[in-house]
Design a protein around this ligand. Sequence first.
Ligand code: FAD
Length: 385
Amino acid sequence: MKAIIVGAGMGGLSAAIALKQAGFETAVYEQVTENKPVGAAISVWSNGVKCMNYLGLHEQMVKLGGVMDTMAYVDGLTGQEMCQFSLAPLIDQVGQRPFPVARAELQLMLMQEYGIDDIHFGMRMIDITDDGTQVTATFADGSTATGDLLIGADGAKSMTRDYVLGEPTQRRYAGYVNWNGLVPVNTDFGPADQWTTYVGEGKRVSVMPVSDGRFYFFFDVPLPAGLEYDRSTAKEVLTEHFGHWAPGVQSLIETLDPMTTNRVEIFDVEPFHTWSKGRVTLVGDAGHNTTPDIGQGGCSAMEDAISLSIALRVNTLGVEDALKRYEKKRTERAGDLVLRARKRCDVTHAKDPAATQAWYDELRAEDGSGIIRGIVSNIEGNPLD
Ligand code: FAD
């Protein structure tokens, strides 16, 4: 059985590793010519880490991951702590520590695990044909690859999704822009082992630890889509939005390197429940493009990979049947996480200012249990619970 995997992001690579480990023949095709992921880092929550553990990558995750022991919210304008609490109860409940990791390092680790020389880089898929017994991908250079199934792990703007659904998909602008990057740990902003988030005015500034004494940082600002931006002006633009915020935020802006700071407009896709057509299926953002507000997009992609490999291993009525069973297992949970993230996104970014003010008030009264309950409910329901 041969699987063609299109896209070497965390979803495609996790699927490729899982299938290779299960004894399938695999071939990975990626349009870019080198490992250059968009975005500085991600938090791999406990469900994503368990997927990596399942693939035998626990040690690697420990090496790449930051140690995040506590969590705090701070009033962005005054710098006053709203709440601060230990994440130990969360780890105890779900049975695994989360690991924030630098995105490029996670990608590289997955590529190395699969076999970097076995990835076909510079191959942009432009067409899919399925004759009922084999599926063929055609690439921009005119070459083709044929297998028993095709896994479209081609991300948020997936062409495989359009093939499966039979029409192009509209992405929805979530209403805010996110700046992100890595800086050396800066304790003016928050302790080195803490996920610290400053909130106010429907905006957010946050840091979490990744390995080697670095913070992953991000700034969110509600803004229209399509504004012009020159990367070199990151500090000036962020000062425009946050210049009146607490000293920790000013220190973070001073510390960041504009040329390695990413700016991303945030979109999602309305959840849909058809992920497979014939011998073709979707993994990751191709199937469930979400806003990053609960940090679950990449974790869901990892869950897809594990679930797909199990479906292909345990079902014996053929590829099409196994893909439908995978779809049945995954679409509801993944779609639910997209909608939860959208809801959180709207509260965080003041879509309804009264709801956002109520959330700020709740944060001031929080002992951590409510927030931990929310995160646990995102993690639970994963294929490895
Ligand atoms: P991608 O990583 O996008 O990979 C898709 C790959 O397919 C790309 O390499 C692309 O080049 C390739 N490709 C596309 N089209 C073709 C084609 N036609 N032919 C060949 N190759 C193709 N998730 C979390 O779990 N935790 C977080 O903390 C988190 N934070 C985030 C913060 C931000 C600002 C954003 C934007 C997202 C965040 N996410 C987070 C979500 C996470 O980044 C995505 O869910 C994850 O990257 C999806 O992985 P993927 O493999 O499906 O897609």
